[in-house]
Design a protein around this ligand. Structure first.
Ligand code: F6R
Length: 366
C-alpha cells in the first residue's frame, strides 16, 4: 500500500513529479502558448471583467492561496485577497455579484471553507473550487472548478495536494492573463514551456533527500525553528513551518524575511535554526542581508538555493540546491526539500508522521 515507503507521507512526497504532471495534463499546450481549463471555460467572459478575486481556504490550502495571489496579481493583473475561511465567514465581508471567490480544499469537506462559500454565494458572487477529492461537498456546491488530480492523499500532513493546488493556481493565473490580454503570446509560450519541465525538476529536487536527511539529524533536537522567504517564497516559508510543527511538534514559524527585524530577530541565538528560501530571483540581495543578520547573531542558517549558487553557500551553514527555474515556479520546487526536512526530523523524533496527534485529515467541525 505504501509502495515500499515507510510512510504514506514519504510516498506522497515522492509522487509529486507525477501528480504535478497529472495536474497539468491536457491543460497546457506550450508550443501554442495555450492554457485550457475546461471546468471554468463557461466563465471566460466574466474573467475578462472582474476587478477582484477573493481566495478562501484553511491551513495548507490557504498557503497555496497566498502563492496564487502573487501569480494572479503578477500575470493577470487582478487584485487578489486571501482569507482564512473561518475569519471571512464571521466578518460580514463585502462581496458583490462582481466578485469571484476561489475556494481551495484538498478534502472538499472543510466546514469553515464550505460555510465561507455559502456566504459568498448568498451575496451573489461566482464561486470556483480547487479541490482534490472528486465529488466532495465543496466541488458540488461551487459554480465551477478545477480538480487538482493529485490522487488520494492519506498522510494527514498535506504534501502532493499542496503542490497540485499551486499548479492549478499557476494555470489559472495564466488562463486569466490570457483572457484579459495581460500577457503576450510569446511570454505564454516561454512560461508554459518552462512549466512543462517542472515535473522533471521536482524529480531533481527530490534527489536532495539524503543531504536533507543529514541536516535533519543535525537539527532534530531543536525546540524552535524559523522559516523565512520573500515574495511567493513567503507562503512557502509558512508551509515549511506548518509541516515541521504539525508532524515533529517543534515550534516553528514562517515569516516574510524582511519582517524578521520587526520582532523574530529577538529569538535568534546560537541554538536557533533559520531556514531561508534564497533562490536567485528578485529579492536575492535582500535575503542575503537577512542571512547575514542571522549569522551575526550566531543562528544556524539552512538555505534553499538555486543550483550553482556560491554567494549564499559562503555564508550559510547548510545549503540545499534546487534547479534553476522562473521565479513564478519556485514554490513548486522549494517546497520539496522543506517537506523532506519536516519528514526526516519527525521520523528521527519517533513521531507518527502519517497521523500526527490532535489532527484529522478532513476538518468537518468549525
Ligand atoms: C496541513 C493540513 C491542513 C489542511 C487544512 C485544510 O498539512 O493538512 O492544514 O490543509 O485542514 O484542509 P482542506 O484542504 O481539506 O480544506
Amino acid at each position: 500500500e505504501k509502495g515500499g515507503y515507510d510512510h504514506f507521507m514519504l510516498k506522497e512526497i515522492y509522487e509529486q513529479p507525477r501528480s504535478v504532471r497529472d495536474c497539468m495534463r491536457g491543460r497546457i499546450y506550450p508550443q501554442q502558448g495555450l492554457v485550457q481549463l475546461g471546468g471554468i471555460k463557461e466563465y471566460t467572459e466574466k474573467l475578462k471583467n472582474i476587478d477582484r478575486i477573493i481566495i478562501v481556504a484553511c491551513g495548507t490550502s490557504w498557503h497555496a492561496g497566498l502563492v496564487g495571489e502573487y501569480l494572479i496579481e503578477e500575470y493577470a493583473r487582478v487584485s487578489v485577497e486571501v482569507e482564512y475561511a473561518s475569519e471571512f465567514r464571521y466578518r460580514n465581508p463585502i462581496i458583490t455579484e462582481k466578485d469571484l471567490v476561489i475556494a481551495i480544499s484538498q478534502s472538499g469537506e472543510t466546514a469553515d471553507t464550505m460555510a465561507a462559500i455559502e456566504l459568498a454565494k448568498e451575496k451573489g458572487a461566482t464561486i470556483f473550487g480547487i479541490c482534490n477529492v472528486v465529488g466532495a461537498s465543496i466541488p458540488r456546491t461551487t459554480h465551477a472548478g478545477v480538480y487538482t488530480h493529485a490522487g488520494p492523499e492519506i498522510g494527514v500532513a498535506s504534501t502532493k495536494a499542496f503542490t497540485a493546488q499551486v499548479t492549478v493556481l499557476t494555470l489559472m493565473a495564466f488562463y486569466i492573463a490570457q483572457q484579459r490580454g495581460t500577457i503576450t503570446q510569446s511570454k505564454l509560450v516561454e512560461y508554459l514551456t518552462e512549466l512543462n519541465e517542472i515535473p522533471n525538476l521536482v524529480e531533481i529536487a527530490l534527489k536532495s533527500n539524503d543531504h536533507v536527511k543529514k541536516i535533519a539529524a543535525r537539527f532534530k533536537d531543536s525546540t524552535n525553528c524559523l522559516f523565512l522567504g520573500r515574495g511567493s517564497s513567503f507562503p512557502v516559508a509558512l508551509e515549511g513551518a506548518l509541516k515541521l510543527k504539525e508532524i515533529s511538534y517543534i515550534h516553528a514559524e514562517g515569516y516574510p524575511a524582511a519582517e524578521m527585524k520587526h520582532g523574530p530577530i529577538a529569538l535568534i541565538d546560537d541554538e536557533m535554526p533559520v531556514v531561508f528560501i534564497a533562490t536567485k530571483h528578485s529579492s536575492y540581495e535582500k535575503v542575503i542581508s537577512n542571512i547575514q543578520e542571522v549569522k551575526a547573531r550566531k543562528g544556524h542558517v539552512i538555505a534553499i538555493v538555486t543550483e550553482g549558487d556560491t554567494d549564499v553557500r559562503a555564508m550559510a551553514d547548510y545549503v540545499i540546491e534546487i534547479p534553476q527555474t522562473a521565479e513564478a515556479f519556485v514554490p513548486l520546487l522549494a517546497t520539496i526539500p522543506l517537506q523532506l526536512l519536516a519528514y526526516h526530523i519527525a521520523v528521527m523524533r519517533g513521531c507518527n508522521v502519517d497521523q500526527p496527534r490532535n489532527l484529522a485529515k478532513s476538518v468537518t467541525v468549525e
